[in-house]
Design a protein around this ligand. Structure first.
Ligand SMILES: CC(C)(COP(=O)(O)OP(=O)(O)OC[C@H]1O[C@@H](n2cnc3c(N)ncnc32)[C@H](O)[C@@H]1OP(=O)(O)O)[C@@H](O)C(=O)NCCC(=O)NCCS
Length: 168
């Protein structure tokens, strides 16, 4: 059954350190499917600790942009963007399993793109080579595959990029 279109009721904002626990919970739930797909329980998003997430929230600023999505009082997703030079890497992009497919991810990624400092001219990320849903999602958001690699958990990854202005 398709998820309801929840995006209309969504609120997106910068989370504060007190939201680290909810982000950890959603992140773990969302990435379990990816871990099962690759038989790799040790993928980095599942190894990340509460303290590491809290440290990112404490340190958020122009070099590390964080956005979260709420439905009412419930945190249902988050994404982080790490700035290096003139590019931003999109990491830890997660939506709670029961609301996936309802447009939350698209809105979150748009909010992250919009919040990137003016110095950012392009966005990039890595995702699982066999994660067809993810690759399709990012292609729809203007990204294209530019390379491949294998991470330290043995998972085959593709690197995807897009210009800040996709017309460029
Ligand atoms: C990837 C993710 C953040 C997308 O968020 P979302 O809210 O499900 O995405 P949206 O509803 O805005 O967009 C739907 C599109 O995303 C893609 N998609 C990816 N994962 C999906 C899922 N589990 N369920 C439904 N659609 C999914 C599909 O291409 C879908 O398009 P379609 O309707 O044409 O099939 C989310 O599914 C998720 O948390 N997945 C698990 C963790 C993960 O893999 N993160 C990304 C690592 S690079």
């Amino acid at each position: 059954m398709a998820a309801p279109d929840v995006a209309a009721a969504l609120r997106i904002a910068a989370p504060s350190p007190e939201h680290a626990g909810e982000m950890l919970t959603v992140q773990r739930a969302a990435y379990v499917t990816e871990a099962q797909r690759y038989h790799a329980p040790g993928i980095p998003p599942l190894r990340e600790t509460l303290q590491e997430i809290r440290a990112d929230l404490v340190g958020a600023g122009p070099a590390l942009v964080v956005r979260a999505a709420w439905l009412g009082t419930r945190l249902v997703g988050s994404v982080r963007g790490r700035v290096g030079g003139s590019a931003m890497e999109v990491v830890r992009f997660t939506v709670a399993p029961d609301v996936q497919g309802g447009g939350v991810g698209r809105r979150l990624l748009e909010a992250l793109h919009a919040a990137a400092p003016a110095s950012v001219g392009s966005f990039w990320l890595v995702t699982g080579e066999r994660s067809d849903d993810n690759v399709r999602f990012y292609v729809a958001a203007g990204y294209r595959v530019v390379g491949s690699s294998v991470d330290d958990a043995g998972v085959e990854l593709v690197r995807m990029e897009r210009a800040r202005d996709p017309q460029q």
